[in-house]
Design a protein around this ligand. Structure first.
Ligand SMILES: [Zn+2]
Length: 122
């Protein structure tokens, strides 16, 4: 029993070390839901693509960075862009797009579903 306990403790510690924090505070909506991922760039071997996304406000940004850059470096760029107002412009464009396509979908669904439901009930 004593042995088992020790083993279990060790495992959870290792797990923690292997999982670095992946979330940053979003400079636009200030929620801790900002993620930064990297993708290889085929064109230039010394650069990579950073993909910045926020699960709360829908911020979605890709940029080319030197291959040595880490998440914190990219985060610094994002914060700078947010302060200069660049991010808000990108965000407004994205939200406007989504809103218009969503409104179309809702209208279609309501027209098709509502009459059927009433028929069944009465
Ligand atoms: Zn956000």
């Amino acid at each position: 029993m004593a042995r088992r306990r020790k083993r279990r403790k060790k495992l959870s510690v290792v797990r923690r070390v292997k999982r670095p924090a992946r979330y940053f505070n979003c400079p636009v909506c200030h929620e801790p839901t900002l993620t930064i991922d990297f993708k290889k760039s085929d064109d230039k071997p010394a650069t990579k693509i950073a993909i910045v996304r926020c699960g709360s406000c829908g911020l979605n940004l890709t940029m080319e960075v030197p291959e040595v850059y880490e998440r914190v470096d990219v985060y610094g760029i994002v914060v700078d862009k947010a302060h200069s107002g660049e991010l808000e412009e990108a965000l407004e464009a994205a939200t406007a797009d989504e809103a218009s396509s969503e409104a179309e979908n809702v209208e279609e669904e309501e027209g098709a579903e509502l009459p059927t439901e009433e028929e069944v009930r009465y």
